[in-house]
Ligand binder design. Structure first.
Ligand SMILES: *[C@@H]1O[C@H](CO)[C@@H](O)[C@H](O)[C@H]1NC(C)=O
Ligand SMILES: *[C@@H]1O[C@H](CO)[C@@H](O)[C@H](O)[C@H]1NC(C)=O
Ligand SMILES: CC(=O)N[C@H]1CO[C@H](CO)[C@@H](O)[C@@H]1O
Length: 329
């Protein structure tokens, strides 16, 4: 389970919490990844990035650690989150089902997807023990029985619906969901990037048509999920860009440069390049007479995440996110 250069296996968790407007709470959740309740430091853990979106009332924390420590760090953050977030009071335009909405575990180096699945299941079990009343659904490599993807699970649970009733959901781990905690998705998969492209329009209908055109499920780009949201008087196409294990073998020469590849533990992973997604959205928007005003990567590409994790951990910079603030977004 070790990678040659850095000497330690590395795992990332892009923790999605349904809070952004209360900055103190976000700070507490981020710091909880780094220290246990007695204030002792978790070794080999860093929080690389904290991204809060005020309108969505949602934040994404990039927590990285070794496969040995990631579980403890993530559980510690989630316990803090469950304490300070009351999901029954949630307000925000982004869909969500839980105060801690999503706990995805991604391999960065020296660790397999199956091992990440075990880590994710361990986190789910530990959380329902430490926080009685919270509930989890499992996805990807943590969902050993069915291996259903996050998007699939979310659709079947009604995540995309407005005012979905969590009381009707049956949890995979823990009790029937309650209002204060909602239900949390815990799972493992190849790395997923979040990026968003802003359209210079207030026309949400056009935005939705563009999102449909690039979404894999409706015939668009491989590994891409997309939704359109109103944001600050414009429309934003928010995308999840999944890495996948294999590039289709019959891919044409013209399409090869649309993919970016990287290697972990003998596996090759690929994802559609952000430039390609951006160009595609620009084309579709231009046909409707709409300009795009920018593309933002929320967090890191998988390769950047690994290199940054190695740097932060080997230099003992747990609060790396504080150095980053204002630099990227
Ligand atoms: C943001 O969401 C949290 C719970 O998810 C809620 O407690 C809080 O009141 C919301 N903030 C605002 C200002 O609506
Ligand atoms: C590649 O093969 C798959 C299945 O074998 C097929 O669905 C797809 O259309 C093919 N793609 C190209 C570009 O030929
Ligand atoms: C969903 C999301 O993270 N939206 C962000 C997209 O990028 C702009 C900056 O270009 C942010 O303001 C949004 O919050």
């Amino acid at each position: 389970m070790t990678s040659s250069k850095f000497g330690k296996s590395l795992v990332a968790c892009l923790l999605n919490v349904s809070e952004a407007r209360n900055k103190d709470n976000i700070e507490r959740i981020a710091r909880a990844a780094l220290f246990n309740i007695r204030g002792q430091k978790h070794p080999d853990t860093a929080v690389l990035n904290v991204f809060s979106n005020y309108d969505y009332n949602r934040s994404v924390l990039t927590i990285v650690s070794t496969s040995e420590w990631i579980g403890k760090s993530v559980v510690s953050s989630c316990v803090e989150g469950f304490t300070c977030i009351d999901h029954s009071r949630h307000e925000g335009v982004h869909p969500c089902l839980g105060g801690i909405d999503l706990v995805p575990i991604y391999p960065l180096s020296g660790v397999t997807l199956e091992q990440c699945g075990e880590i994710a299941r361990g986190i789910a079990e530990e959380l329902v023990t430490q926080v009685p009343g919270c509930s989890m659904f499992l996805f990807g490599y943590a969902d050993i029985a069915e291996m259903r993807s996050l998007a699939d699970k979310r659709r079947s649970l009604g995540w995309f619906r407005k005012n979905c009733n969590v009381d009707e959901i049956k949890a995979d781990v823990g009790m029937k969901p309650c209002g204060k905690y909602g239900i949390t998705g815990v799972g493992a998969s190849p790395y997923v990037m979040n990026c968003n492209i802003t359209l210079d329009t207030q026309d949400l209908t056009s935005g939705k048509a563009i999102a449909t055109a690039i979404r894999e499920r409706t015939g668009g780009l491989k590994g891409v999920q997309a939704m359109a949201f109103p944001n600050k008087g414009q429309v934003e196409i928010a995308c999840n860009v999944e890495s996948f294990r294999d590039i289709p073998e019959n891919i044409s020469a013209a399409d090869v440069d649309k993919y970016v590849s990287y290697h972990i533990c003998g596996d090759t992973f690929s994802y559609i390049s952000l430039h390609h997604i951006e160009a595609k959205v620009q084309n579709l928007a231009a046909c409707k007479g709409i300009k795009t005003t920018g593309t933002a990567l929320v967090g890191f590409t998988p390769q950047e995440c690994r290199v940054t994790a190695e740097y932060a951990i080997s230099h003992g910079i747990g609060e790396f996110w504080k150095r980053r603030q204002g630099v990227f977004m």
